[in-house]
Design a protein around this ligand. Structure first.
Ligand SMILES: [Zn+2]
Length: 210
């Protein structure tokens, strides 16, 4: 467990170093036996050690010397609902958050949108941080997807493991920046549904060597 805790902490630091999150906002978790490991609430990642990472059971019971991130509920609910989720990153990434504050979903302006599972990335309705209502809104927005924006808040991305979740979070923020720039040029021009369907199919084998 401590090796995975160290990896959770390293990923939280890496997300800040990559510029997709700042300070103690955001959180990182990884699935473990009968639960998940998550960053603690309100502690700067540079001041944390692996012993500050909190284990939370799928029933929502925390174990450890710290309190889990205030957003542990949506991590728990994603692990319970999505067997393909091995690690989750929540960040207040600058471009994703700007789009989320305008309650925008991201349409198929670029084929890489398909990396996240469908022809768009939705924006979850706003609800107070840490609530079951917010978790329910995120789960609905992530239906068939592995990313969503969160209105007036930020973004959530999951991957099979921490490395994939971090890589996808960085890719997602890059797409949000590109979409933000496209919006400066006028109404976005979108790829047609049949092309997005082809790309979604191709991505099913993308990056798999066998
Ligand atoms: Zn947040």
């Amino acid at each position: 467990m401590s090796a995975l805790a160290a990896e959770v902490l390293a990923t939280a630091r890496a997300m800040n170093a990559a510029g997709i999150n700042r300070g103690a906002a955001g959180n990182v978790s990884a699935r473990c036996e009968d639960g998940f490991l998550i960053t603690p609430t309100g502690m700067p990642y540079d001041a944390c050690t692996a012993a500050d990472i909190v284990k939370v059971s799928l029933a929502g019971a925390p174990q450890g010397r710290r309190k889990p991130s205030s957003e542990w509920r949506f991590h728990r609910d994603i692990y319970a609902a999505r067997q393909d989720a091995g690690a989750i990153i929540h960040a207040h990434a600058p471009f994703a958050t700007a789009l989320a504050c305008q309650q925008l979903e991201i349409p198929p302006f670029h084929y890489m949108i398909a990396r996240f599972g469908g022809e768009n990335v939705r924006c979850a309705a706003y609800a107070t941080f840490g609530t079951q209502e917010l978790s329910d809104a995120i789960l609905a927005a992530m239906d068939g997807r592995r990313a969503c924006l969160m209105a007036h808040h930020g973004m959530v991305v999951f991957g099979a493991d921490l490395a994939e979740a971090l890589a996808l979070a960085v890719e997602f923020e890059a797409l949000c920046e590109q979409y933000w720039r496209v919006l400066q040029l006028g109404a976005p021009k979108l790829l047609p549904a049949d092309e997005m369907a082809r790309v979604i199919e191709k991505f099913k084998s993308y990056g798999k060597q066998s």
